[in-house]
Design a protein. Structure first.
Length: 620
C-alpha cells in the first residue's frame, strides 16, 4: 500500500506536475501574483530575475496551519526533512536539508542569525519559535554563505515577524484545542491547547506591537515504553517591538523577546521523572536609512540561552549567549545593477568547565545584474575571519536566463557556490572532546534547473543539486573532535509545481530525491513528496486535502549502536475553514493522519496517530 501511494504521487508528477502543500483560493492569489523574493539577494526582485527557486510561506498559509508548529509547516517543503516534527511536541528536532545535517542550516529572524552557542551542534532550537508571531518565511536552499555566513551551507530559513498595522490599534486572537494521541490509543481526550494574542498599531510616527502565545501538549509519552507514561510540554512566548520614523528616510525599531518551555522526556527510552527547561531572552535593534538610490541597514541582537535538565543521569545546566551585528549598504545603479557591501560580526560565549568564546568578523560583497535581454547574474564573496582559525574565503556565481513567452516565461538557472561551517564552542573547547585545532567544514555546491510559468495558472520548477563536503567534524576513538578524512557527497532532484485549473480549485506540490554517500545517512529519506488540493466553496468556506509521503531511510538505535531500516509511510490530512464574519472571525477544523497510519520517525520515540483540532481566528 505504501509503495502504491508513492507511485501514485510519482505518476502525477510525471504526467501533470501536480504536487502541493495546502493552498486555498485567497492565498493562491498571493502565492502566484506576488512575484517578489528577497532572501537570495537581500533585494526585492521579481521571481523571474532570481537565480534560485525560493520557497515562500505566507501569513495565509500559517493561519491555515494554526495549532501546528513551525517545524511541522516547514517539513512539507521540498528538500527538507525535520525529524521529530511528526512526534510529540517537545521531541528534539533535526533539520536535514538537501542531504545535510542540522548544523548546515541557518535560521534568521528579522535579519539576525539565531543559534545557541551552548548546544552540542549550535543549532537553533525550533521549539522556541511561536507561529502566531510570524508574518512570512522564505527558504533558500543551497549554499548561501556569501550573504549569510557560517552554517548557511544547505539552506537558509529566513523568518520575518509580524509588522505593526497602519491603524491606531489592531489586534488578533487565536485559540485552538485538539486531541494528542497515538495510533494505538485513540481515546479522543483533549491534550493540545494553543492560544495567542497580538495588539499593534501606528500612532503618527510611532509603531508598536505586543504579543503573547502559549501552547500545551499532554497525553503522549516521549519514548515507546510498556508504561507509556504521559510527558507534558508547555511553551510561553512574549514579544515587544517599538519603532519610530524620524523621517520618511530614517527608521529605528527595538524589540525584546522572552521564550520559555518545559519539556518532560524519557531518558534512554525509559519512563522516568525527567524534565528539561529552556529559556531564551533576546533584545535587538534594527534601522534603515535611505538616500537617493541606496540605503544603509543595521540589524543587531543580543541573545541569552539557558537550559536546565534533571533526569536519571543527574542535573545539568548549560548557558550561552551571543552578539550578532549585520551592517550593510544597498545601492542600485539604474535598474540593472544591485550591489551590497557589508560586514557581519558574531561573538559566541558558553560556560563549560571554564568560560569559552570566539569572534567572527566577515566583510562581504554581492552584485546582482538584471539585463534587459534575459540574463541575470548574482555574484558575491565573503572573507571569514575567525578568532581561532584565521581567514577563509567563500564565493558564489549564480547565472540565470529568462526566455519570455506570450503568457509567462521559461527560466534556466545554474549556480556554483562554496560555503563553510565553523566549529562550535563545544567542539573547540568542550570539557569532553574539545579540539582547538579544528578546521572549518567546507562545502561545494553545484546546481542547475528550470522554471516555467504560465500566467497565474501554472508554475513548475525542477532543480538538480550536487554537494561535496570536506573536513566534516566527527570523533575519534577517544571521542575527541576531529576533521574526518572521508568526504561526503549528496545529490538529488527537487520538483515543485503550483497549478490552478479553475478559480476555485488549486493544486500545489513537491517531490524530492536525495542521495547521500560517505556515511550512514541516517534520517534522510531518498524519496519524499507532498500533494495538496484546495477548493474554495463560495466566498466563506474553503477545504484542503493533503497527502505526504516519506520514503524509507535509516536511523541509529542508540541502545545497540546499530543502524535500523525504517519503512516508508504516508499521511493524509484534511482542513476546512469558514469565515463567520468576513475578515474578522474565522473558524476551522482539521484532521491529522486521517487514516491513522502507524509509523516510526525516530527509533524508540512516539509518533502521533489520528488527531483532530478545532479553533478560531479573530481580528479586531
Amino acid at each position: 500500500m505504501k509503495k502504491n501511494h508513492f507511485w501514485f504521487v510519482a505518476a502525477l508528477l510525471a504526467g501533470k506536475g501536480l504536487f502541493a502543500q495546502n493552498v486555498l483560493q485567497d492565498s493562491l492569489k498571493v502565492h502566484q501574483l506576488n512575484e517578489v523574493v528577497v532572501s537570495d539577494s537581500k533585494f526585492e526582485l521579481k521571481r523571474e530575475n532570481s537565480g534560485k527557486t525560493v520557497i515562500k510561506i505566507t501569513v495565509q498559509e500559517l493561519e491555515r496551519n494554526q495549532g501546528k508548529t513551525i517545524a511541522e509547516i516547514i517539513n512539507t517543503k521540498s528538500g527538507i526533512e525535520i525529524t521529530g516534527s511528526r512526534g510529540r511536541d517537545g521531541d528534539v528536532l533535526g533539520v536535514y536539508a538537501r542531504g545535510g545535517r542540522g548544523r548546515q542550516v541557518l535560521i534568521i529572524i528579522d535579519g539576525v542569525r539565531v543559534s545557541d552557542p551552548s548546544s552540542f551542534s549550535q543549532e537553533y532550537d525550533m521549539r522556541l519559535l511561536s507561529p502566531s508571531n510570524i508574518e512570512s518565511i522564505e527558504i533558500i536552499k543551497g549554499a548561501a554563505s556569501t550573504l549569510y555566513g557560517t552554517n548557511a551551507a544547505t539552506a537558509v530559513i529566513n523568518i520575518a515577524t509580524k509588522k505593526s498595522s497602519k491603524e491606531k490599534m489592531a489586534g488578533n486572537f487565536q485559540t485552538s484545542i485538539g486531541t494528542n494521541q497515538t495510533t494505538d490509543d485513540q481515546n479522543y481526550n483533549l491534550g493540545s491547547i494553543s492560544n495567542a494574542v497580538n495588539v499593534n498599531g501606528t500612532l503618527n510616527k510611532f509603531k508598536y506591537a505586543v504579543d503573547f502565545a502559549n501552547r500545551y501538549k499532554s497525553g503522549l509519552s516521549a519514548a515507546v515504553t510498556p508504561q507509556n507514561e504521559e510527558d507534558i510540554f508547555s511553551h510561553y512566548s512574549t514579544n515587544v517591538r517599538l519603532g519610530y520614523a524620524f523621517s520618511k528616510d530614517f527608521e529605528v525599531s527595538v524589540y525584546g523577546n522572552q521564550t520559555k518551555f518545559s519539556n518532560e522526556y524519557d531518558a534512554s527510552y525509559a519512563d522516568a521523572s525527567n524534565i528539561g527547561k529552556s529559556e531564551q531572552k533576546r533584545a535587538g535593534l534594527s534601522s534603515s536609512f535611505t538616500y537617493g538610490k541606496g540605503s544603509v541597514h543595521l540589524n543587531t541582537a543580543y541573545t541569552d540561552y539557558e537550559t536546565n535538565s534533571k533526569d536519571s543521569y543527574g542535573e545539568s545546566t548549560t548557558k550561552g549567549k551571543n552578539w550578532v551585528l549585520d551592517l550593510y549598504n544597498k545601492y542600485t545603479l539604474g535598474k540593472q545593477w544591485h550591489t551590497i557591501l557589508g560586514v557581519n560580526y558574531i561573538k559566541d560565549e558558553a560556560v563549560f568547565a571554564e568560560d569559552a568564546r570566539f569572534t567572527i568578523v566577515d566583510p562581504y560583497a554581492n552584485v546582482v545584474y538584471v539585463s534587459n535581454f534575459g540574463l541575470n547574474l548574482n555574484v558575491g564573496g565573503r572573507l571569514n575571519h575567525h578568532s581561532e582559525y584565521g581567514n577563509h574565503l567563500v564565493y558564489n556565481v549564480n547565472p540565470s536566463f529568462v526566455f519570455p513567452t506570450p503568457k509567462g516565461y521559461v527560466k534556466v538557472l545554474g549556480s556554483y557556490a562554496t560555503s563553510y561551517i565553523t566549529p562550535n564552542l563545544t567542539q573547540l573547547f568542550g570539557a569532553f572532546g574539545g579540539n582547538p585545532d579544528l578546521k572549518p567544514e567546507e562545502n561545494r555546491t553545484l546546481e542547475g534547473g528550470l522554471e516555467f510559468k504560465l500566467n497565474t495558472k501554472l508554475r513548475f520548477s525542477t532543480v538538480y543539486f550536487d554537494r561535496n563536503e570536506k573536513n566534516t567534524i566527527g570523533y575519534d576513538v577517544n571521542y575527541t573532535s576531529i576533521n574526518l578524512a572521508d568526504e561526503i557527497n549528496a545529490n538529488g532532484v527537487e520538483v515543485e509545481a503550483v497549478w490552478s485549473p479553475l478559480g476555485s480549485l488549486s493544486v500545489d506540490a513537491n517531490y524530492t530525491f536525495t542521495e547521500r554517500k560517505g556515511d550512514n545517512a541516517i534520517r534522510i529519506p531518498k524519496h519524499k513528496a507532498n500533494v495538496s488540493v484546495g477548493y474554495q466553496l463560495g466566498q466563506a468556506t474553503n477545504f484542503s486535502l493533503t497527502y505526504a509521503y516519506t520514503g524509507a531511510r535509516f536511523d541509529t538505535d542508540f541502545t545497540t549502536y546499530t543502524d535500523v531500516a525504517l519503512d516508508s509511510f504516508s499521511l493524509v490530512n484534511f482542513y476546512v475553514g469558514h469565515e463567520l464574519i468576513p475578515n474578522k472571525l474565522n473558524v476551522f477544523f482539521n484532521a491529522e493522519n486521517l487514516l491513522n497510519e502507524k509509523f516510526t520517525e525516530i527509533v524508540g520515540y512516539t509518533t502521533r496517530g489520528r488527531n483532530f483540532r478545532i479553533g478560531m481566528n479573530l481580528n479586531f
